[in-house]
Write a protein that binds this ligand. Structure first.
Ligand code: ADP
Ligand code: MG
Length: 354
């Protein structure tokens, strides 16, 4: 069922949103993009005569009422953005330990707030929490919101049945946290380009000297297995943490970014792409000395006509800090949820709506 299929006129619609916004020490919202992103669903419901009741979590109050994590300021910001005050936002769900426990009685209590249920919180759809999963069983009328629909369209359809050539660029900190998604992608993509810290586990598995670079010793076997597919491309040169540019890492060296030869090689190979998925920065991009690889590959993927999909907290931050966001087809709002959806092709919070 889609949002448009629900008959919402005159009904109370309970919507799970993701208002888990960043705040400063004084409790001021420093970035309201998540609230803005929920507006299309909320406006649609209001325009169609629904009474809208929203619920969300914020931070980690660990099951206790802690006013530093109150959603009051989010409600105020929402009312400003909407230009109306008739939308209710329940207080932080994680003030109750039952939320994260997925407590059925708690979910049933929440369910009494609405006649229909809409889930627009993709970022928590991989959790079996009371408000994201358990609650759905108490509704006949339920659907994903527009934000959730968009994630399903891009991470589900576009990546499960990709237009080829389909390339994946994977970087970031640890192979161990992304092994599942790598195993799925290696069977779907025509090639995988691996950078970031995890590249060193692969290079070591391929028998190369990696010096003091981050290597996850206990994942060398897994890395070797993935390498045998023949579809994995590794960096050809490196920027070391001391600034040196090398092709072979010396014993005292630590790889901090992919080098220019790698950028040139990958850029060339990515030229004919029809679909590109990117997760994970290719170097320690927070430090401008090691951000060139991530920046150049970011520019390269936005030059062609490929469908480009970027997921992951740091990856999205990197794209935004480079001003490339508007040139990416889809920037996923979920970190862990995006990767789990690509890996498994489903998420509890999405399945529960069916
Ligand atoms: P995402 O949030 O997009 O999934 P990750 O959290 O997996 O990405 O990884 C981001 C982190 O990886 C960044 O903090 C970045 O500094 C780090 N990183 C990338 N390349 C390296 C490297 N060569 N050495 C150490 N850390 C790295
Ligand atoms: Mg991260």
């Amino acid at each position: 069922m889609q949002l448009q299929d629900l008959s919402v006129a005159g009904k109370r619609v309970l919507v799970r949103v993701d208002f888990n916004v960043p705040m400063d020490k004084e409790g001021h919202i420093t970035d309201d993009s998540r609230i803005r992103a929920s507006l299309p669903t909320i406006r649609y419901l209001l325009d169609n005569g629904a009474k809208v009741i929203l619920m969300s979590h914020l931070g980690r109050p660990d099951g206790k009422v802690d006013l530093r994590y109150s959603l009051k300021s989010c409600e105020e910001r929402l009312h400003q953005l909407l230009g109306r005050h008739d939308v209710t936002l329940l207080e932080n769900l994680r003030f109750h330990k039952e939320e994260e426990e997925g407590n059925v009685a708690f979910a049933q209590e929440l369910a009494k707030q609405g006649d229909c249920y809409v889930n627009d919180a993709f970022g928590t759809a991989h959790r079996k929490h009371a408000s994201t999963y358990v609650i759905a069983q108490f509704f006949k009328e339920k659907a994903p919101g527009f934000l959730m629909e968009k994630e399903i369209a891009f991470l589900g359809e576009a990546l499960l049945h990709p237009v080829h050539p389909f390339y994946a660029i994977i970087g970031g900190a640890k192979l161990s946290t992304k092994l599942g998604v790598l195993k799925t992608l290696v069977n779907k993509a025509d090639a995988l380009f691996i950078g970031g810290a995890m590249a060193y586990t692969f290079l070591r598995a391929a028998g190369q000297e990696t010096g003091k670079s981050l290597v996850e010793e206990s994942f060398l076997q897994e890395a070797a297995t993935l390498l045998r597919t023949g579809r994995i491309h590794l960096p050809l040169d490196h920027v070391l943490s001391d600034g040196r540019l090398v092709k072979e890492i010396p014993p005292e060296g630590q790889g901090a970014d992919i080098g220019p030869e790698t950028v040139a090689d990958w850029t060339k190979q990515l030229e004919n792409a029809k679909t590109i998925f990117w997760n994970g920065p290719l170097g320690i991009f927070e430090d401008t000395r090691f951000s060139a690889g991530t920046k150049k590959i970011g520019q390269a993927i936005t030059r062609g006509n490929a469908i480009t999909i970027v997921g992951g907290g740091d990856s999205v931050a990197a794209i935004e800090s480079q001003g490339l966001a508007s040139k990416i087809t889809h920037l996923s709002t979920g970190g862990g949820a995006s990767l789990e959806y690509i890996e498994k092709g489903s998420l509890p919070g999405i399945d529960a709506l069916k």
